[in-house]
Design a protein around this ligand. Structure first.
Ligand code: HEM
Length: 508
């Protein structure tokens, strides 16, 4: 018995010694760059043992939202390392330095996407978001032309119609419209817009549920996807039917559009993708139906939730800051003094709307961390808190997280970073320190789509309604700070989302 015990003990000690040696080697390889040194990893189930950092044990799972710039402040540098020991020695660099981020996003081959982390997004087939290398190049080449000027114009015109339809036929004569959670308005708006400008399906507020199969609506509400991600493949069997139904529906759409007798001129994303996928260029193969399916699905996913939640945060912030709302209203009235509908040409004059969106996206970026990894040995340069230059060795295989929150709350770039100040986006502002749409070759393809849609919605809404926080007796005695905390509370799904945003829209 004692021999067994001593053998087990020796094995355990050897295991510990090996772990320690690996850990020391990793620390040395990055010149002991400041940061976390923990037993437990930052990803996977073990990471969720605590949501708060415990010195030497864990960095704390899913606490990125709370910490924002805190890690960088604590370690006195805008690049922080995070070395964990179990299950094997591993390092992640967290980066909140604008110049270093620029270098990373411009060097796609040196710092590619860790596609394994995106596996859950390939549920309907390989796609532009979840791929790298040659596949990604082919998808991007085919997808990019779909986001054309003609498509932007379509986004604008259709969004304006959707908002006019909402005001006239849904809200009608009501003087005040109260919602318990503003996403009940922003999710359907974004769905109607992506429906028509993304997929060529024009729907109205009254008939959308009749025209859209259930599964299409479910698809844009990706709770199921998230659950799938958490429980990995366990839920697959349950979802098999749903998947089949969705595939059938989308394949029917592809077929109908491909073999339509009279080919119309259409500028929705789906038609653009279909057209481009049929042309064989440079000897490259067109998309298979499955790839088409995967990419259509990802447009829907990437474009719907991000847009709806950003709009929701924007309304919440304008309700909390009526003076900013008034400023925006006056600006809009300056551009469009009468009651007519805003035109696409006027979009560029609505700079105040852009500023409000950008400030919302700075404070509440839907994607708070963008993962990359070092495909080869590299170095990054940053500065420490005393302003000294620091060269950080980044060994091949290191994970690199672009901390969108760290960057957006970094006081080196943004004065008073917690304050809502849209005016900081008027005139000169630090463009490299603004990353909601990522940057470089892998930046968001739908940025202009979102901006066009968002500006149209905000302009239409603010020129006709005021937005206020819904009065609720149980919160009557709260201070402004308490109210702000309650209204702007977030949770993390696939993207950052508001927990509950009770608002009232009052006719001007
Ligand atoms: C507020 C709105 C939006 C935000 C904040 C946003 C943010 C992002 C971010 C951060 C990425 C990079 C993701 C990564 O590296 O993993 C991305 C990529 C992408 N986005 Fe968006 N997005 C928005 C709206 C849209 C819309 C409306 C569409 C389409 C209709 C869209 C389509 C895409 C596509 C296709 C990519 C992949 C680009 C590539 O990898 O080459 N996005 N987006």
């Amino acid at each position: 018995m004692s021999t067994t015990l001593s053998v087990l003990l020796s094995i355990f000690l050897l295991y510990c010694a090996k772990k320690y040696i690996d850990f020391r080697a990793l620390v040395k390889s990055i010149h002991d760059h400041p940061g976390y040194r923990t037993l437990l990893p930052t990803r996977g189930l073990l990471a969720f043992i605590s949501t708060k950092p415990i010195r030497g044990i864990t960095r704390g799972g899913s606490n990125g939202w709370k910490r924002k710039y805190q890690d960088f402040e604590d370690y006195g540098t805008d690049i922080v390392s995070s070395i964990s020991v179990l299950p094997k020695a591993h390092n992640i660099f967290l980066v909140a330095d604008a110049a270093a981020i620029k270098e990373i996003t411009l060097s796609r081959a040196q710092f590619p996407k860790p596609v394994k982390q995106y596996a859950v997004l390939t549920f309907f087939g390989k796609n532009i978001v979840a791929s790298e290398g040659e596949d990604w190049k082919r998808y991007r080449k085919i997808a990019a032309p779909a986001f054309s000027e003609r498509n932007n114009r379509l986004v604008w015109e259709e969004t304006v119609k959707i908002m006019a339809d909402l005001f006239e036929n849904v809200w009608g004569e009501q003087k005040a419209i109260t919602v318990d959670h503003a996403v009940d308005i922003t999710l359907p708006i974004a769905l109607l817009v992506i429906g028509v400008a993304g997929f060529g399906r024009r729907m109205t507020w009254q008939e959308d549920s009749k025209l859209l199969p259930d599964v299409f609506v479910k698809l844009v509400t990706p709770d199921w996807l998230l659950k799938l991600g958490v429980t990995e493949r366990m839920k697959r069997a349950n979802l098999a039917f749903q998947e089949l139904e969705a595939c059938r529906y989308m394949l029917e759409m592809i077929h109908a559009r491909r073999y339509a007798e009279k080919k119309e001129e259409r500028y929705d994303l789906f038609s653009g993708l279909l057209d481009a996928s049929e042309e064989e260029s440079d000897g490259q193969a067109k998309l298979t139906d499955r790839e088409l399916l995967g990419n259509i699905f990802i447009f829907l996913l990437a474009g719907h939730e991000t847009t709806a939640h950003t709009l929701c945060f924007t309304f919440g912030l304008l309700a909390l800051y009526p003076e900013q709302q008034e400023k925006l209203y006056q600006h809009i009235k300056g551009v469009i003094p009468d009651d007519r509908l805003p035109t696409y040409q006027e979009m560029n004059s609505l700079s105040e709307s852009v500023a409000v969106f950008y400030e919302t996206l700075r404070l509440f970026p839907p994607v708070i961390n963008i993962p990359k990894y070092a495909a080869e040995d590299a170095t990054l340069v940053t500065t420490d808190s005393s302003g000294n230059k620091v060269v950080v060795p980044v060994p091949q295989g290191s994970d690199v997280g672009l901390s969108v929150l760290g960057l957006h709350y970094n006081p080196r770039y943004w004065q008073d970073p917690y304050a809502f100040k849209p005016e900081r986006f008027q005139g000169d502002w630090p463009r490299d320190a603004f990353l909601p749409f990522s940057s470089g070759a892998r930046s968001c393809l739908g940025r202009r789509f979102f901006e066009t849609e968002g500006i149209a919605i905000l302009t239409m809404l603010v020129s006709r309604y005021t937005v206020e926080i819904k009065p609720e007796p149980e919160f009557a005695g709260e201070s402004f700070e308490e109210r702000k905390e309650r209204i702007l509370r977030v949770k993390r799904g696939l993207t950052l989302m508001p927990v509950r945003m009770p608002l009232v829209f009052k006719r001007r």
